[in-house]
Design a binder for this molecule. Structure first.
Ligand SMILES: Nc1nc2c(c(=O)[nH]1)N[C@H]1C(S)=C(S)[C@@H](COP(=O)(O)OP(=O)(O)OC[C@H]3O[C@@H](n4cnc5c(=O)[nH]c(N)nc54)[C@H](O)[C@@H]3O)O[C@H]1N2
Ligand SMILES: Nc1nc2c(c(=O)[nH]1)N[C@H]1C(S)=C(S)[C@@H](COP(=O)(O)OP(=O)(O)OC[C@H]3O[C@@H](n4cnc5c(=O)[nH]c(N)nc54)[C@H](O)[C@@H]3O)O[C@H]1N2
Ligand code: SF4
Ligand SMILES: [Mo]
Length: 744
């Protein structure tokens, strides 16, 4: 008889509650996986990825033991031998060049994994304490513009309002395709059902995207836009709002906004007529959009990766929020509201090196290309050159944690070629992927079904407040360390202890104590401010990630503040396996949510204003011709589900989408293998000819390996200047029948 377990799906930001059938010991094979109808948050929703958790768990290629590389071959070893290998490769680098010669790459699954999310800060923080410089992550091919805008406007890098999907009557979506992604920086199970409901209640959904995505196809209107020009479009919308007398005073924002008039003044050159050519959006459409937004009773704007990973990611994201403020949509029901997260996260703490009242960027620069840091990171495309360029400060050691930068980073070829030059490379990863394959040693964690789970960060972007916890569905093997222990052991090694000798329990105490101490020392606004750290730590239950989850829930909005009041603890949450419903989004949270020095939404910042001339230059730039964009598929998860047979059945998805007119011009037909080239590189893929693309734009999915890796085409040096985010949308390209040598 199988037993049914509840599991929070860790594969995306929707955080669905699933039911997983597990056959009894000794096999513990996984049976059916279904949406949990009783889950108070997701109410039975799931997508095809969730059903694949069993395949991931049972995947014979998932690493269950550490692996060391000898030449091109990988050998399973004992944990003792793995630690010895870590010590063998890492110690000489640390002894000679110190931690400055090492960096950490933090991959995407870290944010979705209880242990990794809670302890990655220990590895990075302790590394930096002994001299490590910048670290790397896919954030600079993702949401860094949103982090920058959040920090500047609202005062916290993970603090921004989300669209009130369930009450808006006009949702403007830019550069997001939740039909595939299931929502990003917006946690809402069944986003597509919620979008359909907007239309059912008489509202509209407008999607701005170069592709008529499945999301756009279900919307009221699709507005095709030339990639990388959304900021032009939004400035023209803002200008129209101002010129056509559509802006009103909004009593609920009185005294809470600074700089709106100045930003509106910056919009002056961006007339609807001026932007029509570059954006491909007719002036009349721009005007109508502005008037529709002003006429809606509850408009909301939502933008995501298509508007971040482009040349003007920060300006675009900024203007989304400026317009939200100008319309009075921010902090209004049905508009853009600040979620009340059920859990505090270590990520919400302002890093200790941000010493000023606001948030600074560009405090130091990368050694080779002089890229300014943004929140401690350089563009991830800097990693290769920092490894290969000789000289003082060269990176000689890399620890990757749940990442695959050899596929996911623009300029991927350079990185793939650089990795073998490292003196020490350690990957904490569950698979041998294109990146971890290069590591001297790979240290695997448990499968998602063998671990407990609760999210923290994503509740900051959730359309309702809930809290959940699930226990492992399958008993974890006891002969292996868990990933938080692996991270603490590596952190201890950076501090100087031979890795095999690190006292993980003491490291855990040290780290937990440090977090609590920082909370106690912080100024008001957090329930531990002024409390005694020793007593606070003593009030926590358990150890490891469970203790940190207890901390997060107890200092969260519904928490018991470690005994200071009636409220939730992790134990309470565990008693409610379907989760605890805490309430919907509410207006009126703005004043409490703002963390800016002035206590207002600070719209005006040098970093953003000084980028406007670059946008003006774009206005006059000749059209770049055919450009490349990125996309996702419902059955993918970045680079790591494309080898799971259950998810890759059916027609080849790694196709270049191309408009029929462009296909004719290029002399290619549907199904042909074509050669796509950019100044960075070229590759061959089948073309899918479809009018779902706007003319002049082609789309290639990211996350496919080796010769189909779209990041072989994306140069690493085209960045959104304020945030350092790399453009993978709007890259000039050529398409020709395969077999023809491309002109260079
Ligand atoms: N061209 C282009 N490039 C992009 C994007 C794009 O849209 N276009 N998107 C970007 C975005 S948004 C992101 S987030 C990145 C993703 O970039 P990365 O985070 O670098 O890569 P992933 O493909 O998510 O690979 C994560 C790896 O983690 C491992 N893994 C999975 N689960 C676990 C676990 O529980 N523990 C451990 N230790 N390892 C695990 C798997 O082996 C997997 O290969 O790609 C970015 N790159
Ligand atoms: N199934 C699945 N779900 C995922 C992932 C996955 O790989 N697969 N990855 C997860 C991760 S890590 C992330 S970050 C999120 C991302 O979540 P989303 O932001 O929803 O990502 P995409 O589905 O890639 O949608 C981006 C859209 O931007 C459009 N676009 C490209 N360039 C431009 C432009 O210049 N302007 C505008 N307006 N639009 C443009 C593209 O055509 C595409 O439709 O998804 C998460 N969810
Ligand atoms: S939408 Fe799919 S991948 Fe995302 S949490 Fe739900 S089941 Fe998992
Ligand atoms: Mo992402």
């Amino acid at each position: 008889m199988p037993t049914t377990h509840r599991v929070i799906c860790p594969l995306c930001e929707a955080m669905c509650g699933l039911r997983v059938e597990v056959r009894d010991a000794p096999t513990y094979t996984i049976g059916r996986i279904t949406g949990d109808p009783d889950d108070v948050w997701s109410r039975g929703h799931l997508c095809p990825k969730g059903t694949a958790l069993g395949h991931l768990h049972e995947d014979p290629s998932r690493l269950r033991r550490p692996v060391v590389r000898r030449g091109d071959r990988h050998h399973e070893v004992s944990w003792d031998d793995a630690w010895a290998e870590v010590e063998r490769v890492l110690r000489p680098v640390l002894d000679t060049d110190g931690a400055a010669a090492l960096t950490v790459y933090v991959g995407n699954p870290v944010a979705h994994n209880l242990a990794l999310a809670r302890y990655i800060g220990a590895l990075i923080g302790m590394g930096q304490a002994v001299g490590m410089g910048a670290y790397y992550s896919p954030a600079t091919v993702d949401q860094w513009p949103l982090n920058l805008v959040s920090a500047k406007l609202y005062g916290g890098m993970w603090n921004s309002p989300v669209p009130d999907l369930d009450h808006t009557d006009l949702l403007l979506v830019l550069g997001a395709n939740p039909a595939a992604s299931q929502g990003s920086m917006l946690s809402a199970p069944d986003v597509m059902g919620r979008l359909a409901a907007i239309r059912e209640r008489g509202g509209s959904v407008v999607v701005v995207d170069p592709r008529r995505t499945p999301t756009a196809a279900k919307a009221t209107e699709w507005v095709p836009v030339r990639p990388g020009t959304d900021a032009l479009l939004l400035f023209a919308v803002l200008r129209t709002l101002a010129h056509d007398g559509l802006l009103r005073e909004h009593a609920h924002l009185a005294g809470l906004v600074a700089g709106l008039a100045e930003v509106i003044a910056l919009a002056e050159p961006f007339t609807p007529e001026a932007v029509a050519g570059p954006t491909g959006v007719p002036a009349a459409t721009v005007r109508r959009l502005a008037h529709d937004l002003a006429a809606a009773s509850a408009p909301a704007l939502y933008s995501r990766i298509g508007t971040c990973t482009q040349e003007f990611g920060s300006l675009t994201t900024w203007l989304v929020h400026v317009i939200g403020v100008a319309l009075g949509a921010v902090d209004r029901s049905g508009g853009m509201l600040f979620p009340e997260p059920s859990s505090w996260s270590p990520m919400f703490m302002k890093p200790p090196d941000q010493t000023g009242p606001g948030w600074e960027t560009g405090r130091f620069r990368s050694r080779v290309r002089g890229a300014p840091e943004v929140f401690g990171q350089y563009p991830v495309s800097c990693l290769a050159e920092e490894i290969t360029t000789p000289g003082e400060g060269r990176l000689r050691a890399l620890i990757t944690v749940a990442g695959n930068p050899a596929v996911s980073s623009p300029g991927a070829r350079a990185l793939a070629e650089a990795l073998p030059g490292l003196d020490a490379m350690v990957s904490v990863d569950n698979w041998l992927n294109e990146t971890s394959r290069q590591a001297h040693v790979v240290l695997p964690g448990l499968s998602p079904l063998e671990q407990p789970h609760t999210d923290d960060l994503y509740w900051m972007y959730a359309v309702r407040s809930c809290v959940k916890w699930t226990d492992p569905a399958v008993p974890p093997p006891t002969d292996r360390p868990e990933e938080w222990q692996v991270l603490l052991r590596l952190a201890g090694a950076l501090l100087g202890t031979p890795v095999a000798d690190v006292d993980v329990a003491s490291m855990d105490d040290l780290y937990t104590h440090g977090l609590v101490q920082a909370l106690c020392a912080a100024a008001g606004g957090n329930p531990l401010a002024g409390r005694d750290p020793d007593q606070a730590v003593a009030a926590l239950r358990g150890h490891g990630p469970e203790r940190l989850a207890d901390l997060g829930i107890r200092v969260g909005a519904w928490g018991d503040q470690l005994g200071a009041r009636e409220g939730l603890t992790l134990d309470d949450v565990r008693r409610h396996p379907d989760g605890i419903e805490l309430g919907g989004l509410e207006a009126g949270r703005l004043a409490a949510a703002l963390e800016t020095p002035s206590g207002t939404i600070e719209l005006l910042h040098d970093e953003l204003v000084s980028d406007v001339p670059r946008l003006l230059e774009r206005l006059g730039r000749p059209d770049p011709g055919l450009v490349l964009t990125s996309r996702r598929h419902l059955r993918s998860n970045n680079s790591w589900l494309n080898h799971v047979p259950a998810l890759t059945r059916g027609p080849d998805r790694c196709t270049l989408l191309m408009h029929p007119e462009d296909a004719v011009r290029a002399g290619v037909s549907d199904g042909d293998v074509v050669c796509v080239g950019t100044r960075e590189g070229e590759l061959s893929v089948p073309v899918a000819v479809s009018d779902e693309m706007m003319p002049g734009v082609v789309s290639l999915p990211h996350g496919w390996a080796e010769q189909r890796n779209s990041n072989l085409l994306n140069p690493g040096d085209v960045v959104d200047v304020p945030s350092g985010t790399i453009a993978v949308n709007g890259v000039p390209c050529r398409v020709e029948p395969a077999g023809v040598t491309l002109a260079t």
